[in-house]
Design a protein around this ligand. Structure first.
Ligand code: MN3
Length: 202
């Protein structure tokens, strides 16, 4: 069974003005579709075919650049679309809110740390909020399409919040103003979805 580009739970223009429609159309319909096709080609007729994307990434030999780049690209964007919503924004509640306070001091301190990780990632990459067994949270960033499921990447746990800081994610609307894109992102974060991921993986 080949991997398939997931359909979005909202329309391309639903995240305006924070993420513009044209960017969403190209990002999902071209970039994510490309990673998906290239991943399927890279694993075809290999022993990776038939495994889940989580299995593939957690067992990955980092020298396998085709699967590293395209498997990462497939997984990272699936998570990214899942944690966005036109009715997002605000702050997390319940167990996730408590875990953020325990791990970072407060929501504002978490937001500053995550925003800094996203802003200071040089070149292309991602910022992450990850949960470790027991509920401890970690903020980190990775280059290119790497992610915390990959061993030896300097970033661990299960990702529950993802922010794409490749220029293709924001350049049409924000040009070089990555910090403005990061601020806009927080207006469309679906904390209900992030909380569900936290509960499933803590
Ligand atoms: Mn992207």
């Amino acid at each position: 069974m080949a991997f398939e580009l997931p359909s979005l739970k909202y329309s391309y223009d639903a995240l305006e003005p924070h993420i513009d429609s044209k960017t969403m159309e190209i990002h999902h319909g071209k970039h994510h579709a490309g990673y998906t096709n290239n991943l399927n080609n890279a694993i075809k007729d290999s022993d990776l075919e038939g495994k889940s994307i989580e299995e593939i990434l957690s067992e990955l030999n980092l020298d396998n650049s085709a699967v590293r780049n395209n498997g990462g690209g497939f997984y990272n964007h699936c998570l990214f679309w899942d944690i966005l919503s036109p009715s997002g924004g605000g702050e997390p509640a319940g167990a996730l809110s408590n875990a953020i306070s325990n791990s970072f001091g407060s929501y504002d301190e978490f937001k500053a740390l995550f925003s800094k990780a996203a802003a200071t990632r040089f070149g292309s990459g991602w910022a992450w909020l990850c949960v470790h067994p027991g509920g401890k949270l970690e903020v980190c960033s990775t280059a290119n399409q790497d992610n915390p499921l990959m061993k030896g990447i300097g970033c661990g746990g299960t990702p529950i919040l993802a922010l794409d800081v490749w220029e293709h994610a924001y350049y049409l609307n924000y040009q070089n103003r990555r910090p403005d894109y990061i601020a806009g992102f927080f207006n469309v974060v679906d904390w209900t979805a992030v909380s569900a991921l936290f509960d499933q993986n803590k």
